[in-house]
Structures are given as structure tokens and as C-alpha cells.
Design a protein around this ligand. Structure first.
Ligand SMILES: NC(=O)c1ccc[n+]([C@@H]2O[C@H](COP(=O)([O-])OP(=O)(O)OC[C@H]3O[C@@H](n4cnc5c(N)ncnc54)[C@H](O)[C@@H]3O)[C@@H](O)[C@H]2O)c1
Length: 440
């Protein structure tokens, strides 16, 4: 009965006055065919996962039937918002295994830190759910491989949260590149400079605060005392859980470079500088400065990041420049501009100028694409193969930085580095018992 309940929450335009009215949730409900409803559950409720859940719930026919978090404070606060703003009453869990036993869940959103993505994805697929999993797909090469295999084996829809693939700005960039308007694409320069990547001030370990199942938060990662800097939000600066700015922003932006070049595979070779140039000692293991070069046959991608500053080329803290023979396209999530080359003799521009500065967030579109694909069973905008390619482009430079290799050669067919045994030892994480790396 519950699944047949359809709560109409769409924005409708009032005829004649051109105003947008939102019908409050729960005011009007009518039966709908089961095919029109989608019951979603969220694992990892604090920040991004919750945002993605909200995007789901602003689509008609989507219900939140379960939420799971290891932190009672987060779980109760976010569930309260879902009750208040969407008139939904999800069942609450601290252990995802119990949640996945709930029969009426169609799709699971995974919004936990990266070290949990693989285990949770496989568990959700094995219980028959479709999955929206946040980026980067996983925290290691081997986990990405497993996730690609699992999505195929269990034949479910998997969307990875590289939402720029669903937004206007980068779709426009791809149209411009594919229509030939910038000439031959020769070089892609990417940069990402953010203060947060330098890390927070160092604080001491402390007892686990009340309401938190820290053992479950650590999951497959090594056991250690609780420290706030390695927990909510800032976990991404510690290798056991994330990959620093390189993977946090790199995966989004390098994904755009790969899309432009129609590449859906791992890099064969990376040249890497990875180091720490920031003046203060902060709580962080990941690098604060990296310059990475991915050389192709007749193109090159450069990625450059500096944590602890927020200035960058074109006065943009992060962005991407697609450099063609006739013009360069410069873009971030809200703006895109074509900068034409000019002809020496006639001073004529070699391409048409173009500028758009009102880009919208693309999360909502990416979620819509997922919902659509759950219904049609079509391949979503960012399936596991695409996400794996982007993830390997960030994990390999991080591995190079950790082993001190300035060049790594990757043999994708044999899943190993050709030139570094130290790097080979970082392909797969060692899971802490009782957790085991899934075998598919
Ligand atoms: N697509 C984007 O633009 C974007 C932006 C930010 C973050 N992200 C991604 O979203 C994910 C979450 O990042 P965040 O910044 O929201 O992290 P966060 O630390 O703010 O939230 C993670 C939540 O997961 C919970 N959690 C951890 N382990 C759990 C488990 N085993 N079971 C249930 N809950 C668990 C935590 O308690 C916390 O509430 C990451 O993979 C991150 O890379 C994506």
C-alpha cells in the first residue's frame, strides 16, 4: 500500500500570472501505478548524501523509506528535516545490513566517506537495489574494479555522483568541442585550489562522543582512536578514507577532460610531482601540492592543485581550459567562455566568441537522470566504467606520490604497474576484519 502512495510535490506554474507555486508536501496525494513510484534509502546522511536525497525527493513519486547513519545526532536531525519538509517518515537504522533487509527499498543512495563505497555498493546490489553512489567511486583501484564487475553481475542501475556530466555547462563544452568550433583539441589544463585541502588545525584524540558507532564508521579501515579531524568532513585528507584534493576535485574535473577526449579507460602513463609546500603543519596526510601530466598520443592533460590558497588561472579557484587550434574554452560549474585565437595578418578571430555565466548546479539533473534510468533501465550519465576511468586517473598519481615514483606506467589488462612494486602494493586496501574485500 505504501509504495502505491503518490505524493505530488512538483512545482507547477500558475496559469496567467506566471508565478511558480509549490504544492506543499502531503497536501495532495493520489494513487499512482507502482512503476511511477521510487522508494529510496540513504546511507551516510550528513552532507552530500543528504543533498542528493533532497534532490530525489523533489521529483514526483519518490519516497524516502529508510535512512542509515552511524551517528545518531546526524541521523535524527536529518530525518527530522525529511519529516518536516517532505512529510515522509523513513525507518531509521545505524547498521546498513539491517536496512538492506527492508523489502520496499528500490534504490540506495550512498553518501558515506569513500572507504565504504565498495562494500556498500556490493551489499546493496546483492540485495537487488539500484544505486546512486557518490564520487570518487572508491578509495582504491581494486575496489573500483570490483564495483564495475558487481554492477554487471547483478545487472542493476548504478549512477556515480560525477554530476557535471548532467549539467548544462559541460554539456555545452562538449557540444562546442565535438562540433569542431575550437579546432583540434590539443591540451587540457585543469586546476583546483582550495583552502580546505591544507587541513584543519591539529587536535588531540578523544573518547568517542555519545551516539556515534565509530567502529562502524571505520569499517574496513584500520582501527585507531577517535579524532575529530579524521571524522565528518575532514576524513578526505587521510589515506585510509580518501585521497585529498587530488581525488575530491580531481575526479570531477579530470572526468571532463576524459569526456572531451572520449576516453573511458585508465591512464597508461602518469608523470607526477606530489609534495607539501604549505607553510603550516596541519592535520592531513594527503599532499597539498600536486602537478600531474597525462600524456596522450596527440594531446595532453595537465592537472595542478595547490591546497591552502584559492586563487587560480583566469581568476578562478578551480576550472578547466580546453585548448584547441582555433580557441580555448574555459569553464567551471557556473560559467563557460570561448576565447578565440586570432589570425596574425587580418587580425580576424578564428572562432566565434561565446560566454555564459549563469550555470546551475547539476546535482538535480544528475539525480533526474538516475531516476529516469531506474525506470527505463537505460545506462545513466555516469555508469561504473566511466567512474572507474576517472577514479584511476586520480588514484594513480596519489599512489605515485606515496611511493615516491615520479613516473608510473599502468598495465590495465594485467591490473598492475609495470615499473613499481611499491605502487603495486597500493592497488588494493587491506581490510580490517571482519570486513572482507568483496569477491565478484
Ligand atoms: N558530487 C559532489 O559534488 C560531492 C561533494 C561533496 C562530497 N561528495 C562525496 O560524498 C561522499 C560523502 O562526503 P561528505 O562530505 O558528505 O561526508 P560527511 O563526512 O559530511 O558525511 C558522511 C556521512 O556518512 C556517515 N557514515 C560513515 N560511515 C557510515 C556507515 N558505515 N553507515 C552509515 N553511515 C555512515 C557519517 O556518519 C556521515 O554522516 C564522499 O564520497 C564525497 O567524496 C561528493
Amino acid at each position: 500500500m505504501n509504495r502505491r502512495k503518490f505524493i505530488h510535490r512538483t512545482a507547477v506554474t500558475s496559469a496567467g500570472i506566471g508565478m511558480t507555486t509549490v504544492i506543499p508536501s502531503g497536501v495532495w496525494s493520489a494513487p499512482a501505478a507502482p512503476s511511477d513510484t521510487l522508494n529510496v534509502a540513504l546511507i551516510g546522511c550528513k552532507n552530500m548524501g543528504f543533498g542528493i536525497l533532497r534532490h530525489h525527493l523533489s521529483n514526483p513519486g519518490v519516497n524516502c523509506v529508510a535512512m542509515c547513519d552511524i551517528d545518531d545526532n546526524v541521523l535524527n536531525a536529518q530525518a527530522g528535516q525529511i519529516r518536516e519538509n517532505f512529510s515522509q517518515n523513513p525507518r531509521l537504522y545505524k547498521d546498513f545490513r539491517k536496512m538492506l533487509e527492508q523489502k520496499d527499498i528500490d534504490a540506495v543512495i550512498i553518501g558515506t566517506p569513500d572507504h565504504w563505497h565498495c562494500l556498500l555498493l556490493v551489499a546493496a546490489l546483492q540485495s537487488g537495489k539500484d544505486v546512486y553512489v557518490e564520487k570518487p567511486m572508491a578509495n582504491s583501484i581494486e575496489e573500483c574494479n570490483i564495483m564495475v564487475k558487481a554492477a554487471k553481475r547483478y545487472n542493476r542501475i548504478v549512477q556515480v555522483g560525477q554530476q557535471q556530466r548532467s549539467g548544462f555547462i559541460f554539456q555545452k563544452a562538449m557540444d562546442l568541442i565535438r562540433s569542431g568550433s575550437i579546432g583540434k583539441l590539443r591540451k587540457i589544463n585543469i586546476w583546483a585550489n582550495f583552502n580546505y585541502g591544507a587541513g584543519p588545525a591539529i587536535v588531540a584524540d578523544e573518547p568517542v562522543p555519545p551516539g556515534i558507532d565509530f567502529d562502524m564508521w571505520l569499517g574496513p579501515a584500520p582501527n585507531r582512536p577517535f579524532n575529530r579531524n579524521r571524522f565528518h568532513g575532514t576524513w578526505r585528507l587521510f589515506w585510509d578514507y580518501g585521497g585529498g584534493l587530488m581525488s575530491d576535485w580531481g575526479v570531477h574535473l579530470i572526468d571532463m577532460g576524459l569526456w572531451a577526449l572520449n576516453i573511458v579507460k585508465a591512464p597508461e602513463k602518469v608523470l607526477v610531482y606530489a609534495g607539501n609546500t604549505f607553510s603550516e603543519k596541519r592535520a592531513r596526510e594527503t599532499f597539498d601540492s600536486m602537478s600531474v601530466c597525462y600524456p596522450g598520443s596527440d594531446w595532453v592533460i595537465n592537472f595542478d592543485m595547490t591546497a591552502g590558497v584559492q586563487r587560480g588561472p583566469y581568476d578562478m579557484p578551480y576550472g578547466i581550459a580546453f585548448i584547441g587550434d582555433r580557441a580555448t574554452i574555459v569553464a567551471d560549474r557556473s560559467k563557460i567562455q570561448v576565447w578565440p585565437e586570432w589570425d596574425d595578418e587580418g587580425n580576424k578571430l578564428k572562432a566565434e566568441e561565446y560566454r555564459f555565466t549563469e550555470g546551475k548546479e547539476s546535482h538535480g539533473e544528475h539525480v533526474k537522470n538516475f531516476i529516469e534510468c531506474v525506470k527505463t533501465r537505460n545506462t545513466p550519465a555516469c555508469p561504473p566504467e566511466i567512474a572507474r576511468a576517472a577514479a584511476l586517473h586520480v588514484h594513480i598519481p596519489n599512489i605515485a606520490g606515496r611511493t615516491g615514483d615520479s613516473v608510473l606506467i599502468w598495465d590495465d589488462a594485467n591490473n598492475r604497474f609495470r615499473n613499481s612494486e611499491a605502487a603495486n602494493r597500493l592497488i588494493a586496501p587491506v581490510y580490517r576484519e571482519p570486513w572482507e574485500l568483496p569477491r565478484i
